[in-house]
Design a protein around this ligand. Structure first.
Ligand SMILES: *Cc1c(COP(=O)(O)O)cnc(C)c1O
Length: 377
């Protein structure tokens, strides 16, 4: 029997436009981390980000690192960070020798709990140590509780770095995610909603900040005919070839968001008959790109996330547990954390389903059939 082809969680989805643009980059010999496709990519990204200023970079992680530097974070400082996220949200805090303080999730959006955020800030202030920044993640494309979080951040005058790595194309009250905080971060890694094969971007209203980001991202070269340096720099610029891919991908971003939303809708409709499975839902004002469709299994069910994942694996279908919270990661075990049990519960019961826009209708039907097979057995 011929084995069914593998259905991946979130593979890249590239079209002919991207191939043409990459060819154009080659034909014009713009292969360096400088060139016209980078300029155009930044302009097009800016149009999608309320005409903010944009620096295209080598990764989303690099963008978070530079945002922290621009927010003034230094060795020994405290930085508040969502606990329920990928480690790349928190690692750059450590690059700078600063201390992450992790804040758990609320139930509705799975993102940073405003109540615990304020508690963390008040505790820090009572010890005379004001946190230098807040890294706020919009996980799986779902907008965080931006009204409350931005109000708290403004009340205490702490800069917000929005980690919108998974949330390009998502909005809150029609405003793009990544444009609420002082800085916004996008990722174009191969598994994200659009990709440059690897890349990221930093977004900021303040042009001087983005000029500084570009300066730091190109080894902090001072104005001089020779190589002169008065600051430590980084090699964080995107390549022109990657930017060419990104330019083509941006053209199909809205289409990809529609496709991801349709995939989410399909799963919801098809699996709604199974009482043991629930979905993450949008709240008023929230518009998610549904980068990945996530499900949460009932804690009383005989089928747990491991059983379902291994069952799908037998059908050559990739699924994955939700992110393991940072406050439970060995590397961050010594960090302070404000915890309410929400993210660990989601981690214990949740699974990401294949959500690639490359999937055919038959592929997604195969996933649903495989899941139903387990529950109807
Ligand atoms: C992917 C991701 C990043 C890092 O982006 P890279 O481009 O892979 O460096 C950061 N934060 C979150 C939440 C992500 O999912």
């Amino acid at each position: 029997m011929k084995e069914d082809k593998k259905i991946w969680l979130s593979p890249p989805h590239i079209g002919n436009k991207e191939k043409e643009l990459v060819k154009e980059a080659f034909n014009t010999n713009w292969i360096a981390p400088v060139g016209p496709h980078i300029d155009s990519f930044e302009i097009e990204l800016a149009k999608r980000s309320r005409n903010s200023n944009v620096a295209a970079l080598s990764s989303g992680t690099a963008a978070i690192h530079l945002a922290l530097i621009l927010a003034g974070v230094q060795r020994g400082d405290d930085v508040i960070c969502s606990s329920f996220t990928f480690s790349a949200s928190a690692n750059p805090i450590k690059y700078l020798g600063a201390n992450p303080i992790f804040v758990d999730s609320e139930q509705e959006s799975w993102n940073m709990c405003p109540f615990l955020l304020e508690k963390a800030i008040k505790d820090a202030l009572s010890k005379n140590k004001k946190p230098k920044a807040i890294v706020l993640v919009h996980l799986y494309g779902m907008p965080a509780k931006l009204d409350q979080i931005m109000r708290i951040a403004n009340d205490y005058d702490i800069p917000v770095i929005e980690d919108a790595a998974e949330a390009l194309g998502s909005t809150y009250n029609s405003q793009p995610l990544g444009t609420f905080g002082d800085f916004g971060v996008y990722s174009f890694n191969g598994n994200k909603i659009i990709t440059t094969s690897g890349g990221g971007a930093l977004v900021c209203e303040d042009k001087a900040m983005i000029d500084k980001a570009r300066f730091l991202a190109t080894q902090a070269r001072d104005e001089a005919p020779h190589y002169e340096h008065s600051q430590i720099g980084y090699n964080y610029r995107i390549s022109n070839v990657c930017a060419a891919i990104g330019l083509g991908q941006l053209e199909v971003l809205d289409e990809r968001v529609m496709q991801k939303r349709k995939i989410n809708e399909y799963y919801k409709n098809e699996l709604s008959t199974i009482n043991d499975i629930s979905f993450l839902e949008e709240r008023d004002g929230s518009y998610s790109n549904f980068w990945l469709t996530t499900i949460v299994l009932d804690s009383n069910s005989a089928i747990d996330k491991r059983k379902l994942r291994l069952h799908l694996e037998k059908g050559n279908i990739e699924s994955r547990p939700l992110w393991k919270p940072m406050h439970l990661q060995p590397i961050f075990s010594n960090c302070k954390a404000y915890v309410n049990g929400v993210s660990v519960d989601l981690f214990n019961r949740g699974l990401c389903l294949p959500s690639g826009t490359y999937m055919t209708d038959e592929d997604i039907k195969r996933v649903v059939t495989k899941i139903k097979e387990l529950y109807e057995a």
